[in-house]
Design a protein around this ligand. Structure first.
Ligand SMILES: [Zn+2]
Length: 142
């Protein structure tokens, strides 16, 4: 498989078609849905991860500064009426967060000026991750 995207700066290793990018952390379904609801998907990638069960289908949802992966078990049953689709996995679906677990600190207008970053006033916030250095800006005025 040819990877269509370049390595984001917040990824240390893109992995292979048979492994996850690094860093990655296993998360709960709740975390997966939370992150999926607050970010916009830029690209969806399919991989097949190799583990003790064989090759597992994996879908990676790439966002601007993190990604999520869902790992599907190889074995499933079809039981009509038990779920909407009728498909039931025999083992739990696994979820992963990929990238830096950002720890943001706010930059003052003076710090932004020194760094050459625009700052638009009271409701404008510029934050920098203490771990990876990524900078984000947002307007909190609603
Ligand atoms: Zn970070």
């Amino acid at each position: 498989m040819v990877m269509s995207m370049e390595k984001p700066e917040w990824i240390s290793d893109m992995g292979t078609y048979n492994s996850l990018p690094k860093p990655h952390y296993e998360v709960t379904q709740h975390d997966f849905i939370y992150y999926l609801s607050i970010y916009s998907i830029r690209e969806i990638e399919h991989r097949q991860l190799r583990d003790y069960e064989g090759y597992l289908d994996c879908y990676i949802f790439w966002f601007s500064d993190c990604a999520l992966a869902i790992l599907l078990p190889t074995e499933w049953d079809y039981r009509e009426g038990e779920t909407f689709s009728g498909f039931i996995y025999k083992k739990p679906i696994r979820y992963f967060y990929i990238g830096c677990k950002h720890d943001f600190e706010e930059l003052s207008p003076e710090e932004c000026k020194k760094l050459g970053i625009p700052h638009h006033g009271m409701c404008w916030h510029v934050v920098r991750c203490k771990k990876c250095g990524i900078i984000r800006a947002y307007d909190s005025s609603g």
